[in-house]
Design a protein around this ligand. Structure first.
Ligand SMILES: [Zn+2]
Length: 77
C-alpha cells in the first residue's frame, strides 16, 4: 500500500471521528496506515466499508433519540 504522495506507509492504529448535526462519534483503535512522508492516515477499503456501515447504524439509532443537544458516544471498532 502506498500513499497518493508516493510515500511509504506504516501499519498502525488510528481513530476516526464523525460530526453530524445531532451527534458526533469517535472510533478508536481502527487498523490504519500512516504515510511516513506526509503523515496522512489511510484506511483499507474493507475498513472504510465497516466504518460506513457503522455510521449508517448510528445515524438510524440517533434519529430515534431526541435529546435537543449533541451527544458524544464512543464505539469500539
Ligand atoms: Zn503521503
Amino acid at each position: 500500500m502506498e500513499c497518493s504522495c508516493g510515500g511509504a506507509v506504516t501499519e498502525g492504529k488510528s481513530s476516526y471521528r464523525v460530526s453530524e448535526d445531532n451527534f458526533c462519534f469517535i472510533l478508536d483503535n481502527i487498523p490504519a496506515y500512516k504515510c511516513t512522508r506526509c503523515g496522512k492516515v489511510l484506511f483499507s477499503d474493507e475498513t472504510v466499508e465497516k466504518i460506513q456501515k457503522l455510521v449508517g447504524r448510528i445515524k438510524r439509532d440517533s434519529s430515534e433519540i431526541v435529546t435537543g443537544r449533541p451527544s458524544v458516544n464512543l464505539y469500539n471498532y
